[in-house]
Design a protein around this ligand. Structure first.
Ligand SMILES: Nc1nc2c(ncn2[C@@H]2O[C@H](COP(=O)(O)OP(=O)(O)O)[C@@H](O)[C@H]2O)c(=O)[nH]1
Ligand SMILES: Nc1ncnc2c1ncn2[C@@H]1O[C@H](COP(=O)(O)OP(=O)(O)O)[C@@H](O)[C@H]1O
Length: 213
């Protein structure tokens, strides 16, 4: 699904890189829902305070218990979000499992203004949209060891209805296939053992991201 990605056009058409797109390369993290992206990112952001900053996306889905508006997401509704999209305020948006998600220009700008390396968590359609912009991030895919383990994790997290679990598993099958498409990701990390996956993530970031600034 790809309802809108208005920013890719203007940025490329202008031929200019906006000031907030300069500085160290951002990091895009993607992968199926339930693969462990948030778990890994929360740890990373805590361990590397003052280095990485999270790009807070907008979403029309309801907050889960414990999620904080403005920190985990900017929780919004479809009408308000569509108005902002129409105003050109988004870098990319995507429809995922019945809800709209998107990265606003200011989400990225806010992180970069603080001099932090911007981390984005987007679905695979978001990855493809971002490839059409000038953001030039490093692309990392976090994958589960298998669809069965993914299902267990989604059920174990207990945040989704049965219907949503099914739609996430459906999206996951596509994601698991497409993540190995040549050139799409710089690296695919299989999150089997959490500590090992976190070690791998840190070493990749140290190698590519922390050096590029
Ligand atoms: N394209 C795009 N996808 C997003 C954005 N924010 C979150 N997502 C993706 O939307 C999907 C669902 O996210 P969420 O509802 O938080 O569920 P979770 O990933 O299972 O925690 C995930 O694949 C996220 O990577 C965004 O700004 N743009
Ligand atoms: N390596 C792992 N082993 C076992 N459980 C994990 C692992 N990584 C994450 N989890 C658990 O799986 C669930 C989904 O992880 P989460 O970080 O929410 O995924 P995502 O952000 O990709 O949707 C959570 O309940 C989390 O605690």
């Amino acid at each position: 699904a790809c309802p809108t990605h208005p920013l890719s056009e203007p940025i490329m058409a202008s031929g200019k890189v906006p000031s907030f797109f300069s500085g160290p390369r951002p990091v895009v993290i993607s992968g199926p829902s339930g693969a462990g992206k948030s778990t890994l990112l929360k740890k990373l952001l805590k361990d590397y305070k003052g280095v990485f900053g999270f790009s807070v996306s907008h979403t029309t889905r309801d907050p889960r218990p414990g999620e904080v508006d403005g920190k985990d997401y900017h929780f919004t509704n479809r009408k308000a979000m569509q108005e902002d999209i129409d105003k050109g305020e988004f870098i990319e948006t995507d429809e995922f499992s019945g809800n709209l998600y998107g990265t606003s220009k200011s989400a990225v700008q806010d992180v970069r203004a603080k001099g932090l390396i911007c981390i984005l968590d987007v679905d695979i359609a978001g990855v493809r949209h971002i490839k059409e912009t000038n953001l030039d991030p490093i692309y990392i895919s976090i994958q589960p060891p298998s669809i069965e383990v993914l299902e267990e994790r989604l059920r174990g997290r207990a945040t989704e209805t049965e219907e949503k679990i099914q739609s996430r598993l459906e999206e996951a099958r596509t994601d698991m296939e497409e993540c190995n498409e040549p050139g799409l990701f710089d690296i695919v990390i299989v999150n089997s053992d959490l500590d090992e996956a976190y070690e791998k993530l840190q070493s990749v970031l140290k190698e590519v991201s922390l050096k590029s600034g």
